[in-house]
Ligand binder design. Structure first.
Ligand code: FMN
Length: 295
């Protein structure tokens, strides 16, 4: 294991390790205005949602690692405490990157990057017409995390109005995770795209408390077949099945075939049962998988 003390690393090295490891990061495409009303548009991936009541986002226009200068976005939110956070989808990613160019103050990146400007309802900065979601925000506070190269500046932005393109909604009027086509930033020049093919679901832990991996028999915990993800699903059941329920599984065709084919061969029996359980878990059949490994 490579173990590094952050105090021994330069800001450039730190930025490199951390941005590759703390990824993917959502992108806040922030539009702001200065005291003269001049518009600025820049992307920030030091960004997330930090609470929903009040609905609060934070993003960080950091001091430049290169020369410790500050960014126009930071200067603008200190002058006019408003912003629009535009959400970036795949169709926008190249123009969004172009908007991160260090154009001189007063240059409108909407125009440079070729985005449409939409007037906001409650704040001065305009919205990006192409963005699937546009959040009108009031800046509550700006917190400087330091005064050296690479220091962050937290912009605490309270969301006041949410605009959502209808084309990304499902039949219930909620955002369809597969339709929004989000992109996120990783290390260096890497991005990722959230497509329907790479989405998957993880059932929330039971509010009634799962039994935990430590409640599974040692042979299951130390299985050479079952993965950490398999154990996580098995540990999320409310209780172990009864002896009767486990026995009932013997009549399942796949189980019966394994039991018949491995009489007197305990090692292969366990391996094959675990392989079957692994397949059942992949299909979301957690209860049956648990019975199989407990046979
Ligand atoms: C996708 C993406 C994410 C970025 N994230 C950040 C960030 O979180 N913080 C930051 O200081 N700069 C970030 N940058 C760089 C800024 O966008 C860039 O410095 C920009 O010129 C700042 O513009 P401004 O001076 O007009 O505010 C990012 C660039 C891109 C393309």
């Amino acid at each position: 294991m490579l173990t590094l003390n952050t105090a021994d690393l330069s800001p450039v090295q730190l930025q490199n390790y951390l941005q590759y490891a703390i990824a993917p990061r959502p992108i806040c495409f922030a539009s702001t205005v200065d005291a003269d009303g001049q518009v600025n548009l820049s992307p920030f991936s030091f960004f997330n949602l930090f609470g929903s009541n009040p609905p609060m986002c934070v993003f960080s226009p950091a001091r430049r690692v290169r020369d410790n200068t500050t960014k126009h976005t930071l200067e603008n939110v200190l002058q006019v405490k408003e912003c629009v956070i535009n959400i970036v989808n795949y169709a926008m990613v190249q123009q969004t990157s172009l908007a991160s160019t260090e154009y001189a103050k007063g240059v409108n990146e909407f125009e440079k990057a070729g985005f449409g400007m939409l007037e906001s309802l409650t704040v001065k900065p305009p919205r990006v017409a192409e963005a699937p979601v546009q959040l009108e925000c009031v800046v509550k506070e700006v917190i400087a995390l330091g005064d050296q190269h690479g220091a962050g500046n937290l912009v605490l932005a309270e969301i006041k109005v949410i605009h959502i393109k209808e084309e990304i909604l499902d039949a219930d009027g909620k955002i369809d995770q597969a339709k929004i086509d989000l992109v996120a930033r990783l290390g260096g020049d890497w991005y990722c795209r959230v497509t329907a093919e790479n989405l998957f679901k993880v059932a929330k832990p039971l509010t009634t408390l799962g039994i935990g991996v430590d409640a599974l028999p040692v042979s299951v915990r130390n299985s050479r077949v079952l993965t950490g993800n398999d154990l996580g699903m098995l540990g999320n059941v409310e209780q172990l099945p009864s002896g009767e329920e486990i026995d009932g599984m013997r009549w399942n065709t796949a189980v019966k075939d394994i039991l018949d084919a491995t009489i007197g061969d305990a090692n292969n029996r366990e391996r094959e049962l675990h392989e079957l359980a692994h397949q059942l878990l992949a299909l979301g059949q957690v209860q049956d998988a648990l019975k199989v490994v407990l046979l």
